[in-house]
Design a protein around this ligand. Structure first.
Ligand code: GRF
Length: 197
């Protein structure tokens, strides 16, 4: 039986597209069953629908900061499709322990830095400010501590003279699009060993 995968996005969903494309490319141990966004304007929703994947929207704004109620609504959408694995792909809402705990060990996230460096936001500007020679991205298991769970894979890129945060972000994103599908394919097959691209 293929593993059922749900994907949470907040924006354009370029990582989501790569995950779905790889799962639809044949001989993959998993299949996409839902793409959910917390914003009906998220560009990735149409991309997912165009690839034949069911979509849903749970907008966080009507919950006016009530995270527990928002998370219950997220879980209700997941209960409808019964996924085995949950992938966060550019999902910009912080999930608290009450949501994360039941999913621990089967919820993945991609973060645009070489964790444990630069947890949180603005990772590219921070790497440039620090004068780092290399930067990259990490796929990790999600735990209640932000950007802190066990790492499943990393990909590195050089930081080049004259790099701007946008230029560095674009170079990292190219690696994200290779790393996340590779890690999900291994993870869905039961392989949680660390992958260095
Ligand atoms: C990616 O850089 C991801 O690492 C970060 O948000 C960005 C989202 O990109 N969390 P996309 O929505 O997958 O194109």
């Amino acid at each position: 039986m293929k593993k059922r995968v749900a994907i949470f996005i907040s924006g354009g969903g370029s990582n989501m597209v790569r995950l779905v494309e790889d799962m639809q490319s044949g001989d993959h141990p998993a299949e996409p069953v839902l793409v959910l966004a917390n914003d009906a304007e998220a560009g990735g929703l149409k991309k997912a629908a165009d690839m034949g994947v069911a979509t849903a929207v749970v907008d966080h704004r009507p919950f006016k900061g009530d995270r527990e109620a928002f998370q219950k609504a997220l879980q209700a959408e997941l209960d409808r499709v019964q996924p085995d694995i949950l992938c966060l792909a550019g999902f910009m809402r912080v999930l608290t322990e009450s949501f994360v705990a039941p999913w621990e060990g089967r919820m993945l996230n991609i973060h645009p830095s070489l964790l444990p460096k630069y947890k949180g936001l603005h990772t590219h500007a921070r790497a440039l400010e620090a004068g780092d020679a290399e930067h990259g991205c990490t796929v990790h298991l999600v735990t209640p501590a932000l950007d802190d769970g066990p790492m499943l894979g990393q990909a590195r890129v050089p930081v080049l003279d004259g790099d701007t945060p946008d230029a560095l972000a674009a170079r990292v994103l190219t690696q994200e699009h290779k790393l996340y599908p590779a890690v999900l394919r291994r993870f869905a097959a039961g392989d949680t060993s660390f992958l260095e691209l």
